[in-house]
Design a protein around this ligand. Structure first.
Ligand code: HEM
Length: 461
């Protein structure tokens, strides 16, 4: 238990008590509105208490930097992620200390730019496959489509597995894991070993995914072939002492990558399409850039640096709708952040959602303006005024992978289709582990005139 010293310094905050939390974030009420409200009321440092558990909510980029960059070893991941250990095991997202460092070192080469550059063509190929299924004038849930696509891309690039045949089962199970696992109240108050109906469903979903993963791992072990995918690399990776990962360890890393790498990127794309559909001037500028740079052919990795506006659109979309909308840590020793005491076992939280919409860093913060990223805005901002991928040693390992994927998919689809939103369909952000559209995004597909593009493979590509 914490025993704050006499000089213990904790900022004021809403007087919550368990009842307040129950009515607020733990009740499933919208945490985005909740955090926005308390930050507006209390400022950069807010003291939250639930019974005797304290959380320092910080909303200033410099303080966030202190947590993530200056003192990363004094914290471990927050309780909600920890409560999902049954799902993630000791994968990269949730492991700690020397064990995490060893795994991160083993996995890092698989995410080097040169290695992931090879995935660009797969990303485009799978996107084109999806487009073959689409028809002008039909109505679809864009978010569902993006989820399907990113699942297939992660499956192929990271496991060299065509998850098509498993996609339905795996997709459903992953979704269940994410959304049951993300329920604050459940994960904090219901022990995972209790045979409640939800826990039993969760268990079945985990077993379903494990079945597929262990099958893929066994296939890879038996062929011993490096197909260029991440799993092959992890299988082959050896520590300095010559040891390799066990099947259980590979399972933990694989399920982590599936979960961390699939919905986050799908969300980025879904929110981007939604924003574009409401901002025709931005959309037109995107089309102009694609026409000028690609002249109708499919994008490749070499086009990325030239797709400047496309990248600004993605940056701006992740500012307004950061797929990882909030971050939490628990102190493993007493530490001071921005002059406030954070005793051992207490929490520190911050929300990309509130920082990214702070008028101190962004003019008209709620507006979608990709142009704001021109003239190197990023370099002029405090480092943690924009941090969709976190920062410090625990920064997202899939950062470049995700940005490349978002750009490749956006450029491929936007050349061929635009979306008209279905009137009356509510598009509402749901802050679970990731920030997704609660009811999906329903839109009518509108094929763009053929004159804006030429067949893939033309133009000398
Ligand atoms: C737009 C897409 C993505 C966003 C916004 C995102 C965001 C993040 C954030 C904020 C963290 C740090 C969490 C923390 O500090 O507590 C993180 C960690 C991580 N992400 Fe991503 N991510 C994305 C895509 C991906 C992809 C594509 C992969 C893998 C293919 C991936 C794999 C991971 C892993 C393994 C970690 C844990 C890293 C570690 O602790 O060593 N992410 N991600």
């Amino acid at each position: 238990m914490m025993s704050p010293s006499p000089n213990y310094k904790f900022p004021p905050g809403p007087s919550l008590g368990l009842r307040g939390w129950w009515q607020g974030p733990l009740s499933g009420a919208d945490p985005l509105t909740y955090f926005t409200g308390i930050v507006r009321e209390y400022g950069d440092f807010v003291g939250l208490r639930v019974l005797n558990f304290r959380i320092l909510l910080v909303n200033h980029p410099d303080a966030i930097e202190e947590v993530l960059v200056k003192h990363p070893r004094k914290f471990m991941k927050g309780r909600v992620l920890k409560a999902n250990k049954r799902v993630f095991g000791k994968g990269l997202l949730t492991s700690e200390g020397d064990f995490w460092l060893r795994q991160r070192r083993l996995a890092q080469p698989a995410f080097h730019r040169a290695r992931i550059a090879g995935y660009a063509s797969t990303m485009v190929e799978y996107t084109e496959r999806l487009l073959h299924e689409w028809q002008d004038g039909e109505e679809r849930d864009i978010h569902k489509e993006m989820m399907r696509l990113t699942l297939q891309i992660v499956g192929k690039t990271l496991f060299d597995a065509d998850v098509e045949r498993d996609a339905q089962d795996v997709g459903k199970s992953l979704e269940l894991l994410l959304h049951l696992g993300a329920n604050f109240r459940r994960t904090v108050f219901v022990p995972h070993w209790l045979p409640t109906p939800t826990n039993l469903r969760l268990d079945r979903a985990i077993r379903q995914i494990e079945k597929v993963l262990y099958r893929i791992i066994a296939e890879k072990r038996s062929t011993g072939r490096d197909a260029g995918d991440l799993l092959s690399m992890l299988l082959a990776a050896q520590d300095e002492d010559g040891s390799r990962m066990t099947d259980k360890q590979l399972r933990d890393e694989a399920i982590t990558l599936f979960l961390a790498g699939h919905e986050t990127t799908a969300n980025t794309l879904s929110w981007t399409w939604w924003l574009l559909a409401q901002n025709p001037a931005v959309e037109a500028k995107l089309h102009d850039e694609l026409a000028a740079v690609l002249v109708g052919r499919a994008p490749s990795i070499d086009d990325l640096p030239k797709l400047v506006y496309t990248n600004h659109i993605i940056t701006e979309s992740m500012r307004l709708y950061p797929p990882a909308w909030g971050t939490a840590r628990t102190a493993i020793e007493d530490v001071e952040i921005a002059g406030y005491s954070v005793p051992k076992n207490s929490g520190v939280s911050f929300a990309q959602w509130t920082v990214h919409r702070d008028p101190r860093w962004y003019d008209a913060p709620d507006e979608f303006r990709p142009e704001r990223w021109e003239d190197d805005l990023l370099k002029r901002l405090p480092r943690f005024a924009y941090f969709p991928f976190g920062g410090g040693p625990r920064q997202c390992i899939g950062n470049s992978f995700a940005l490349m994927e978002a750009a490749m998919v956006l450029a491929t689809i936007a050349q061929q289709y635009r979306f008209r939103l279905v009137q009356g369909h509510p598009v509402v952000p749901l802050a679970s582990i990731t920030l997704r559209p609660r009811h999906g995004i329903r839109a009518v597909l509108e094929a763009r005139p053929a004159s804006t593009r030429v067949a893939v493979g033309a133009n000398g590509s």
